[in-house]
Design a protein around this ligand. Structure first.
Ligand code: C2O
Length: 450
């Protein structure tokens, strides 16, 4: 059958799980960032960058409560960093622009994993070159497991019914080489969609329910995911972990760096395509790619499917942060190339926050470009969005949130545990060209009275 041939011709590549060794109380991983070559398009091979392979990187899988260390060795021939996006961790392990790894050097951050199970990711963060480092191929998934996210009531077989999808757009020349081109408005918008670094893969579904962990690892493009026949699915997790309950949707929008875990049901022998639909990015006069459509991933269900348990009614209990306990609020106005009037400056600390306090951050995009807003070192909650309670898909833990022009939002967050008066964390727009060109600021977390 044609469908079966198609599926065996270009089956979706699943990023390997990174091996780890136990050293005393610490699980230790190794990442090597290096250039590579890979035939992605029919035209020929492209130069690429990747971790432990020609493109992207292995999935790091860690468990809540354990101590980890990651040796990152830089063979790129130029300085880079690796940031653990969405992790709660000390500032010196964060991997932002202050933790440069020189060419040939190794950086070995270590920390205790202490936050809910979730789908996080890692990527370079050298100030001014983050966009090109990610675009050339660097990035990978970092799963935190806990008893709820690995429950047998949820699809949890890696690569079978619990499937990572890293979605990116790139432009290729006729020889199949990735080209860095066309920076306008939001940044580089590629003409070709890749899933897990692969052009036009197909996924063969083997269970009644499949969980897709979708990461938008594009540098600039936002997606509006849905299925070609309009079927609904359940959103079970946002950036920082499970939602309280599965949320029935037929579209989920992800701006750069956001993640969604969705669960979709298929019948034996069925075919359907995960697609990205036109969307509203709130900036009609800017080239944003909002009207582009893409086939993301054709799904072909086997003639016999492994039975899956029904999704549970409750997934977790998201702990709400009480706004009554907020000690401060701060305002962040996102302009075209700066925040609150200031472009990013590595030597300037913009905000000083006291440890063990709760704050409300009022964020508004006052430019005409779409932005989003990401805060390092934690997960936050959305308290209000455009003057309203947040829509249900924004009621779980988030670390990155879409900020269309003219939409004010309030984020509530707790700055607990880690302090360093000298070493900042970042907050920024995750459209990487915007980040590189100044829409970023720095905060430190200090002891009371420091
Ligand atoms: Cu995913 Cu500061 O970044």
């Amino acid at each position: 059958r044609a469908a079966a041939e198609e599926a065996t011709e270009n089956p979706l590549r699943i990023p390997p799980l990174a091996p780890a060794v136990q050293d005393g109380d610490t699980r230790v991983f190794d990442l090597v960032a290096a250039p590579g070559r890979l035939a992605i398009m029919p035209g020929g091979e492209s130069e690429t960058w990747g971790y432990n392979g020609p493109i992207l990187g292995p999935t790091l899988r860690v468990r809540r409560g354990e101590k980890i260390q990651i040796h990152v060795h830089n063979e790129l021939g130029e300085p880079t960093t690796v940031h653990w996006h969405g992790m709660r961790l000390p500032a010196d392990s964060d991997g932002g622009p202050h933790q440069m790894i020189e060419a040939g050097a190794t950086w070995s951050p270590t920390w205790w994993v202490d936050q809910p199970g979730s789908t996080l990711w890692y990527h370079p963060h050298p100030h001014g070159s983050t966009e090109v480092h990610v675009y050339r191929g660097l990035g990978g998934l970092l799963y935190i497991d806990d008893d709820e996210t690995t429950s047998d009531l949820l699809p949890n077989r890696y690569g079978e019914d619990d499937v990572p999808l890293i979605v990116q757009d790139k432009t290729f020349d006729e020889q199949g080489q990735i080209v860095e081109t066309g920076r306008r408005g939001v940044g580089m918008l590629g003409t070709t969609l890749l899933v897990n670094g692969q052009y036009r893969p197909t996924f063969r579904v083997t269970s009644e329910l499949t969980r897709f962990r979708i990461l938008n690892a594009s540098t600039a493009r936002s997606y509006n995911f849905g299925f070609s026949d309009g079927r609904s699915f359940h959103l079970i997790a946002s950036d920082g972990g499970l939602l309280d309950a599965p949320l029935k949707l037929n579209r989920v929008q992800l701006t750069p760096a956001e993640r969604a875990e969705i669960v979709v049901r298929m019948a034996p022998g069925e075919r359907v395509t995960l697609h990205s639909y036109p969307q509203d990015l709130g900036a009609p006069n800017v080239p944003t790619g909002a009207q582009h459509e893409f086939d993301v991933l054709p799904l072909i269900a086997a003639d016999e499917l492994r039975p899956s348990p029904e999704l549970p009614e409750r997934l977790t209990e998201v702990q709400r942060i009480d706004p009554e306990h907020a000690v401060t609020s701060r305002e962040f106005l996102l302009h075209r190339d700066r925040i609150n009037g200031e472009p990013m400056d590595m030597t300037r600390i913009d905000e000083v926050v006291t440890v063990d306090t709760i704050e409300i951050w009022d964020v508004e995009n006052v430019s005409r470009l779409p932005h989003n807003f990401h805060v390092h070192g934690m997960q936050f909650e959305v308290l209000s969005y455009n003057g309203q309670p947040p829509p249900p898909e924004l009621t779980g833990w988030k670390d990155t949130v879409f900020a269309p022009p003219g939409v004010p939002m309030q984020l509530i967050m707790r700055f607990d545990k880690y302090t360093d008066p000298n070493l900042p964390y970042m907050y920024h727009c995750h459209l990487l060209w915007h980040e590189d060109s100044g829409v970023m600021g720095q905060f430190v977390v200090v002891e009371p009275g420091e």
